[in-house]
Design a protein. Structure first.
Length: 98
């Protein structure tokens, strides 16, 4: 495993919102996730997003551990959330729009 490739540019969590909005109906950038590696609880918008990888990789802004991986292929989306202990989603918008 190569763990020294963090020097390329990353985007913030807002950059991932477009891809993730195809899966989650709520505003994903307002959600909070707890890193399974360092325990930091951060808003998704603060996370580091790497679009260069196949699909999309979201890393913890504190320890760079992978929080979320998303690969979309044809009619399927592969979502890997094991890097997060807890993922808290704001569902208030869903109730407003009913
Ligand atoms: Zn972390």
């Amino acid at each position: 495993m190569n763990s020294h490739t963090y020097d390329y540019d990353y985007l913030d969590g807002n950059a991932a919102a477009g891809e993730l909005s195809a899966i989650f109906p709520m505003d994903i950038t307002a959600s909070e996730g707890q890193c399974a590696h360092c325990g930091a609880i951060k808003r998704f918008a603060e996370a580091h997003v790497y679009m260069q990888a196949p699909g999309l990789v979201v890393r913890c802004s504190v320890c760079q551990h992978v929080l979320l991986r998303l690969v979309r292929a044809r009619q399927r989306a592969f979502l890997d959330l094991r890097g997060m202990t807890c993922f808290t989603l704001d569902t208030s918008q869903l109730q407003e729009s009913s």
